[in-house]
Design a protein around this ligand. Structure first.
Ligand code: C2E
Ligand code: CA
Ligand code: CA
Length: 606
């Protein structure tokens, strides 16, 4: 703002107050238009304006005599007027060094005379002006005219203050809202030694939706007012209750001992638990109280978000109340950040990629299969392991898109290997959500055909637990995959339900014994016994057995001794990118008992 006015000393608070009026960019309001019109007639000026001085512009709430909506702040006369307590008068703008080169003076509308009275809130913050404009020079307003202009301004401010206080009130409960809570808490935080904010969720927001659909808005409003009344009786006299969301209330506890505070929270929790009846219909509440000590938290923390989140967790976990926990909060924020960026990752080049880890025949050392393992290079958070993001994705429908992405990428790569003459097969990890999709096997068949990969070259790895989620659907899809000619491996075997009755019904080819049983070998006799029984059982049922997590040559010897058919693990090879796997394969022609010393050096772990 090279030629513009200086900024008021309270500019930030001024802008906050201006926003709190909700007037900026709001539709026309006859009350404002009438005042502008009266001002124009009373003072016999062609233009009268109610102008709000925003950060970089002045926005006209009402303008009589001109067709305009806003101008840049640097040309604004009103930006000068808000610096003054009384009326700013410019008799002839062409003679005033501040304005003589102003485009609104030299060009349209050709301002010569200006008189602007600031619109000041009860806290002393000037939001804008009521101003009179003429295109001819004029004499200054006399004292009775100034009184009149000030009166009009006062009328206007009454209206603005009323609108402002409305924006601090929840329309249904008539309680102060979250903006008021934020402002009150900030003011009290500076004075109180101990300021505790409590958010009270009364029921699930999802439940609110059902309730609105079933019983309608009126019933909801009556119910929420009933809960409000109940809650108010549970709080000490004079405690201000806030309504901060459709199913959420809040209150502040100032300078109370931890014991008193605890007692109050228990009282609220118990008082809200159970049935609440409105209009003869009982509703089961499920309260969740989030608690945060504002004096012990960093001032930069968005505490209201953290508080609401804490109450949500308390409600979902049915713990009643819960104190804000920064570690949990950060983990939740990270999980949210990851989940939100996954859809982008799926569609951008280079964020997701595949590694492949060989599975070798323990007797011959030949690589029979490579397992595809997903990798994610997050543009901001760096490398994210699948153990972190796959379980998150599995909570949403995103996992299906991920699986299809993986299947496409694996088949594309595999087709190249096949064309180059490689004979190993490839395995793909899939999750219970994939098997819930009634068209999964069909789509896999389409993709196999598209990439011209024979189904017999592909194996799908599923965990026991993922089968149990929806057994019949899972079995139908696995049957269909098997029918195509693909193989099925049971992954992490031994860690799940181990329900043999169910497992027998799954068309299985390979059992992959989980690393946790393998790692302790050969020293751990119990593990050795378990592994041997698993191997015997699997062989008796006609399955091949793979030992996962082969980390040393001793383990390799042990699993061979115990009858496992194949091995996979860091001692044999780390997971690696496709081109590195090709190099590894060129050198991995030695017997496993001799070790895989020819692995690319970056992948040798022992
Ligand atoms: P998993 O299917 O059991 O894969 C084996 C995991 O063990 C891999 O971890 C692999 O890097 C690691 N591993 C291999 N050899 C050894 C060893 O000798 N010692 C130890 N300690 N670990 C070894 P990764 O790649 O981090 O994958 C973790 C899990 O993420 C996988 O476990 C699988 O459940 C899931 N996952 C990975 N890729 C995909 C995918 O494309 N789709 C789905 N649905 N899940 C995937
Ligand atoms: Ca696996
Ligand atoms: Ca596994």
């Amino acid at each position: 703002m090279s030629n513009g006015a200086a900024l008021p000393h309270n500019e930030i608070e001024r802008l906050v107050a201006l926003r709190s009026t909700n007037l900026l960019d709001s539709p026309a309001d006859p009350a404002f238009d009438h005042i502008a019109e009266i001002a124009s007639e009373l003072f016999d000026v062609p233009i009268a304006v109610i102008s709000l001085v925003d950060k970089n512009r002045q926005w006209f709430k009402s303008i009589h005599g001109l067709d305009a909506q806003e101008t840049p702040r640097e040309y604004s006369f009103c930006a000068h007027a808000i610096l003054k307590e009384d009326v700013l008068q410019v008799k002839d703008a062409l003679l005033d060094p501040r304005f003589k080169d102003n485009p609104l003076v030299t060009g349209e509308p050709g301002i010569r005379f200006y008189a602007g009275v600031p619109l000041v809130t009860h806290e002393g913050l000037a939001l804008g002006t009521l101003c009179l404009v003429d295109t001819h020079p004029r004499a200054e307003l006399d004292s009775s005219q100034l009184r009149l202009l000030t009166k009009l301004r006062d009328m206007l401010m009454e209206r603005i203050e009323a609108l402002r206080s409305l924006s601090y009130v929840d329309p249904i409960t008539r309680l102060p809202n979250r903006s008021r809570l934020l402002e009150d808490a900030e003011a009290m935080r500076r004075e109180a030694n101990e300021l505790v904010a409590v958010s009270v969720d009364v029921f699930d927001p999802g439940y609110l939706n059902d309730l609105l659909n079933a019983l309608g808005q009126d019933h909801y409003e009556g119910l929420i007012r009933t809960i409000q009344a109940r809650l108010q009786t549970l709080l000490p006299d004079g405690t201000r209750l806030y309504c901060i969301g459709a199913t959420r209330f809040a209150f502040l506890v100032q300078n109370q001992s931890p014991a008193t505070c605890k007692g109050l929270l228990k009282k609220v929790e118990l008082g809200l638990t159970g049935l609440i009846e409105y209009n003869g219909i009982p509703i089961e509440t499920r309260p969740g109280l989030g608690i945060i000590n504002l004096n012990s938290e960093d001032e930069t923390l968005d505490w209201l978000r953290a508080l609401i989140c804490t109450a949500d967790v308390a409600r979902e976990m049915r713990t009643g109340s819960r104190y804000y926990d920064s570690v949990h909060d950060r983990a939740q924020q990270r999980a949210f950040a990851l989940l939100s960026s996954l859809p982008v990752a799926l569609h951008s080049e280079g964020q997701l990629s595949l590694f492949f880890q060989p599975r070798v025949d323990l007797k011959t050392g030949i690589c029979r299969c490579v397992e595809s393992l997903l990798r994610w290079a997050h543009p901001k958070l760096g490398a994210i392991g699948p153990t972190e993001f796959i379980p998150l994705a599995e909570k949403t429908a995103l996992i299906r898109s991920i699986s299809y992405w993986v299947i496409d990428a694996v088949l594309e790569q595999y087709a190249r290997w096949k064309a180059a003459g490689h004979t190993f097969s490839v395995s793909i990890n899939i999750s219970s959500h994939d098997l819930d999709d009634p068209h999964f096997a069909e789509r896999v068949a389409e993709k196999l055909a598209l990439h011209r990969v024979p189904p017999s070259c592909v194996e799908f790895e599923v965990t026991e637990n993922s089968l149990m989620c929806n057994f019949d659907n899972a079995r139908a899809q696995l049957d269909a995959l098997r029918h195509l000619g693909a193989s099925i491996a049971i992954d992490d075997f031994g860690t799940g339900y181990n329900n043999l009755i169910y497992l027998r019904q799954i068309p299985t080819d390979v059992i992959k014994i989980d690393q946790s049983f393998i790692r302790g070998l050969p020293g751990d006799d119990k593990d050795a016994l378990i592994v041997r029984s698993m191997v015997d059982l699997a062989h008796a049922l006609g399955y091949q057995v793979t030992a996962e997590g082969v980390e040393t040559s001793n383990v390799l010897e042990a699993v061979l001794e115990l009858g496992c058919d194949e091995g996979q693990g860091y001692h044999i090879a780390l997971p690696m990118a496709a081109n590195e796997l090709e190099t590894w394969l060129e050198h991995a022609d030695r017997h496993p008992r001799l070790g895989y010393g020819n692995s690319p050096s970056s992948f040798v772990t022992n």
